[in-house]
Design a protein around this ligand. Structure first.
Ligand code: MN
Length: 310
């Protein structure tokens, strides 16, 4: 049996030891309320990635040469809480190995685990939440680990910045910080929204990207499509600036709900992922060492044991 690599890249770029990037698939769809199928997202994303050109024209790079390790998919499914716990543990393990950790879902509840891990490892974390939905419910259908609660914890523990929002429950207005929220209807009429969002970001930024933030005209295959979303080039323009001006410490992409007759959404997700990596490593030589800038004190093995620090 041959070992599958991300995008079919050669094995020499896919080994854990030498890869700067780790990709963790999380095919979970236990709590979605309307259309099911986000559990098929990682597989569709990986298939599309294999059929994608690996030279990025815009940055003139082949980012896969930085090394991309495709981790085992997280297959825990017993309960939303168990999934969040497993995601948290796995993500944290890879962060503490000084990897640039990326996660592909699955539904958005998995981000509770990813954000928790990043928040424990990086100081003063900003969570940049790009989504059609506010996802600020404290609890939904008896669980705090429901997709509708994806960033409630982040709203309490991190600098949460929400972008693209166009659907929420009135109860969420009591949790939402409007100073840190960019609604889609305002963004449509504000040519400076990117500048103002970037100004609100701290130095260390984790991006949680729900694909339903995109307009359904370009991203129809998602569980809960909402009209009036982001388009392709404005999204890339925005992300490029975020990566250039802040230390993006990792990201997740969620809610691809693939349909056999509609492949363009799978390709959009594949391309978005690769673009984000290309922006992250633009200007980095493949032989440069990677420093994720995580807080070493969180590692357990303190770096202060080395001779120069004693
Ligand atoms: Mn959403």
């Amino acid at each position: 049996m041959t070992t599958k690599t991300y995008a079919g890249i050669p094995q020499k770029y896919a080994a854990l030891e030498t890869s700067k990037i780790v990709l963790i698939p999380v095919p979970y769809d236990g709590t979605s309320t309307w259309q099911k199928g986000a559990d098929k997202g990682p597989e569709a994303f990986l298939n599309a990635s294999e059929n994608m050109e690996l030279y990025d024209i815009e940055t003139q790079t082949e980012v896969y040469k930085q090394g991309v390790y495709l981790a085992d998919a997280i297959t825990e499914k017993s309960s939303p809480e168990a999934v969040v716990k497993e995601v948290h543990k796995t993500v944290k393990d890879y962060i503490l190995r000084n990897k640039f950790v990326t996660i592909f879902g699955g539904e958005h509840s998995i981000s509770i685990g990813t954000i928790r891990a990043f928040n424990e490892c990086f100081d003063d974390l900003t969570v940049l939440h790009i989504d059609a939905h506010a996802d600020l419910r404290k609890e939904y259908e008896g669980s705090k680990c429901n997709h509708a609660c994806a960033v409630y914890e982040a709203s309490q523990n991190t600098n949460l910045i929400q972008v693209g929002i166009r659907s929420m429950d009135v109860a969420e207005t009591t949790v939402m910080d409007e100073e840190k929220t960019w609604f889609a209807h305002d963004m449509a009429n504000d040519e400076y929204w990117m500048d103002s969002v970037i100004e609100a970001l701290g130095e260390n930024v984790f991006i949680t990207f729900d694909l339903d933030a995109f307009d359904p005209s370009i991203m129809p295959s998602t569980g809960t499509p909402e009209p009036g979303g982001l388009l392709w080039y404005e999204t890339l323009d925005f992300l490029k600036q975020v990566f250039a001006e802040r230390n993006v410490v990792g990201f997740d992409i969620v809610e691809l709900c693939p349909r056999p007759e509609e492949k363009s959404s799978d390709f959009l997700a594949a391309k978005l992922y690769y673009k984000m990596l290309s922006y992250k490593f633009e200007g980095t030589d493949k032989d440069d060492e990677f420093e994720s800038n995580f807080n070493e004190a969180k590692k357990g093995v303190s770096k202060f044991n080395t001779e120069e620090d004693v």
